[in-house]
Design a protein around this ligand. Structure first.
Ligand SMILES: C[S@@+](CC[C@H](N)C(=O)[O-])C[C@H]1O[C@@H](n2cnc3c(N)ncnc32)[C@H](O)[C@@H]1O
Length: 220
């Protein structure tokens, strides 16, 4: 049985993995979240010559896979966790040295890039932790090129509500709420991909996990 303090610690680690526990969680998430992450990667439609931005790359364990999906692509990742940042660099140094990828820390809202820098923006399992969702979405819209895609992948509110740690700082979303957030931005909704899998939750129980990828196109 997991007590309240342990649930709180788990929630904090999911929000911003830190130290030895964070390193362990970063490794675990690549496996336990694999079907969710792959759904996001598939929906953002990576194509030759794309410059891709990912928010919340964790330990960067899937970078090699992402770079294998098309020719001449470049990858930039932003994180808020210094532990994940160090891990991603350590795991991916040859890709970084070859100029194929770069990792940066940021404040979780302001994107340190010129307008219209990226062809694709992807983020998986981070929206629950955004401090200023509307401002971040606006900022994402600015750094996307016209015709570029944003894919937001997350586990649905109905599923997340069944987990015992979400009371510690998670903001939960369903597809309608996210689409409403984006409504006044120059991001046109183009696709919703809802999937289910059977996974082992972060507290070790078998769960039917429902997740969604929402894809938007930058239109102006
Ligand atoms: C639950 S983990 C998910 C990691 C990975 N994307 C996955 O799906 O397995 C959340 C990650 O998002 C990062 N994160 C939290 N807030 C963020 C923000 N505002 N922008 C980018 N990343 C953020 C955390 O540091 C953590 O590495």
């Amino acid at each position: 049985m997991i007590n309240d303090d342990q649930l709180k610690t788990l929630a904090e680690q999911l929000r911003c993995p830190d130290g030895e526990g964070g390193v362990k969680l970063g490794n675990q998430m690549n496996i336990s979240n694999l079907s969710v992450i792959l759904n996001g990667i598939a929906n953002v439609h990576i194509r030759d010559h794309d410059h891709i931005l990912e928010l919340g790359y964790g330990n960067g364990g899937l970078l090699g896979y992402i770079l294998s999906l098309a020719d001449d692509i470049r990858y930039t990742g932003l994180e808020v966790s210094p532990t994940m940042h160090q891990e991603a660099i350590a795991l991916n140094q040859p890709y970084i040295d070859a100029g194929l990828a770069q990792y940066q820390l940021y404040d979780g809202t302001s994107l340190p890039f010129a307008p219209e820098t990226f062809d694709k923006v992807l983020t998986v399992n981070t929206i629950y932790f955004w401090q200023e969702p509307l401002l971040l979405l606006d900022n994402i819209g600015k750094v996307l090129k016209k015709g570029g895609y944003l894919c937001l992948t997350f586990c649905d509110k109905t599923f997340m509500q069944t987990l015992p740690f979400i009371e510690y700082g998670f903001q939960l979303y369903d597809a309608q709420t996210v689409k409403a957030l984006v409504r006044d931005l120059p991001l046109k909704f183009i696709r919703e991909d809802c999937k289910k899998d059977k996974s082992i939750s972060k507290i070790g129980t078998l769960v039917d996990r429902e997740f969604t990828s929402l894809v938007f196109e930058k239109i102006a």
